[in-house]
Design a protein around this ligand. Sequence first.
Ligand SMILES: Nc1ncnc2c1ncn2[C@@H]1O[C@H](COP(=O)(O)OP(=O)(O)OP(=O)(O)O)[C@@H](O)[C@H]1O
Ligand SMILES: O=c1[nH]c(=O)c2[nH+]cn([C@@H]3O[C@H](COP(=O)(O)O)[C@@H](O)[C@H]3O)c2[nH]1
Ligand SMILES: NC(=O)CC[C@H](N)C(=O)O
Ligand SMILES: [Mg+2]
Length: 532
Amino acid sequence: MNSSENSAATPDARPVIVVDYGAQYAQLIARRVREANIYSEIVPHTHSTAQILAKNPAAIILSGGPSSVYAEGAPNVGADLFEAGVPVLGICYGFQAMAKALGGTVAKTGLREYGATDATSEGGSRSVLAGLPEVQNVWMSHGDSVSEAPEGFEVLATTAGAPVAAFADAERKLYGVQWHPEVKHSDYGQRVIENFLHNEAGLEPVWTAGNIVEEHVAKIREQIGENGRAICGLSGGVDSAVAAAIVQRAIGDRLTCVFVNHGLLRQDEAEQVERDFVASTGAKLYVANEQERFLSALAGVTDPEEKRKIIGREFIRAFEAAEAAVLNDAAASGEKVGFLVQGTLYPDVVESGGGEGAANIKSHHNVGGLPEDLEFALVEPLRTLFKDEVRAVGAELGLPSEIVQRQPFPGPGLGIRIIGEVTEERLETLRAADAIARAELTAAGLDQEVWQMPVVLLADVRSVGVQGDGRTYGHPIVLRPVSSEDAMTADWSRLPYDLLARISNRITNEVDGVNRVVLDVTSKPPGTIEWE
Ligand SMILES: Nc1ncnc2c1ncn2[C@@H]1O[C@H](COP(=O)(O)OP(=O)(O)OP(=O)(O)O)[C@@H](O)[C@H]1O
Ligand SMILES: O=c1[nH]c(=O)c2[nH+]cn([C@@H]3O[C@H](COP(=O)(O)O)[C@@H](O)[C@H]3O)c2[nH]1
Ligand SMILES: NC(=O)CC[C@H](N)C(=O)O
Ligand SMILES: [Mg+2]
């Protein structure tokens, strides 16, 4: 998505639906569609044709997947999906499933293609390959092939291992490619996707940062009403700052931001949020000092999910208390209250098991960690966006780059970075170590290279050390620097050794009770970014 000019047009609310056949790349397909300035959502292949069509899709993309279409129990696509008049693009497994459903032939050819391959296409209508060279480098990952295209289809390309590597039926607006246009290794992949969306399906590229802001401002005005008032949970992070700015644009000073100091913050964080946020936005800010509430609720708790649920619940209790403190008069005078703005993003929803068909990986405090007796009506303008999209929206709203480019910090804060029970003493230890690591990363000029760097205290692990000629029996600190595009996947950052050495030296010298610093070299998956 671009931060864009043509904000006058209204966005096409109809999504492009990506049907996920268990692909490694379903998320990536949705992102590429969004990069083409068209809104996209993912659904699992267990959705029936009726469920898919109920979403009123502007187009449909069938993803790749690990199965073979001819195997018993393989996920199928109903032939009725192709009769709805909605343009469809099949990719890899999706392409094969489409061929089979429409009467073509798919077989195990024994010709496996993994990685870079040349696809050749000559003459004909070109269709989704319009404007591409006749021989292009595409990225493949298949062992099955379409050997005969269904009736009515034109073969658009071939490769050494795939006699039918791409096909099209322009009349019915049905298309398929054996390769993966969504991965960057396919040289013209994005062009194939854009040809499909813009030229063949005829969709306007109007899903832009400017339009998202306009659409949400209008929706929020309607939801909150003429005389409604709202509070916004503000953390100092990007998401809540952008959410607050959108809502402020919609209802002005009928919005009050509430910053909860839950005692799980990093060093100097509370002061910094109070200072910077108000200075750059002029928003009304109420600071709720709730350290006691959270720490006593967390006493004795070690299970990560339990911690998250407790923190999610206490956040809501803190918001209720704050609302009573700041909006009591408004409620008494008959104004509408009870709206809570949160900076919830798409990945928070997916990881909390709220993405359709997704597993519950961990309960994000603002989604899966919400209590059942929640009485607020939630206002979540960023709920369908990825982080980089939120940053584009923030820039569009004119927020300063210190806020827009800020590294993420989870709402449950240091509470999920102490492995073991959360106590005041452990928080102090972790705060000191974290402050050193952050200061050194900043001094090395690497804040923008690194997505975020959780610093974790293994409070229940001890190891033997030697410091000042004496034996120590202390705790390890874990550094978890990662690079990422949207927090859904991540890789560990290759920080320079001398920087790591400086951080390690300073932490073991300056922080009492810590005698060892270790580096987490796990990507996501399999590890998540946070340890709990
Ligand atoms: N200390 C806090 N006080 C009030 N609200 C909070 C606090 N921490 C988190 N929240 C709420 O929970 C939401 C989700 O937190 P999350 O950390 O994902 O977002 P963020 O802090 O706004 O941005 P970032 O992900 O960049 O840290 C926030 O957008 C905000 O509404
Ligand atoms: O506001 C939040 N509430 C939460 O409960 C939460 N849990 C993880 N995170 C942040 O989400 C991103 C992905 O983290 P994980 O790989 O650990 O799931 C990373 O950026 C994490 O810091 C949270 N943010
Ligand atoms: N990546 C895919 O979608 C693979 C599809 C199918 N399993 C094959 O091997 O051809
Ligand atoms: Mg945060």
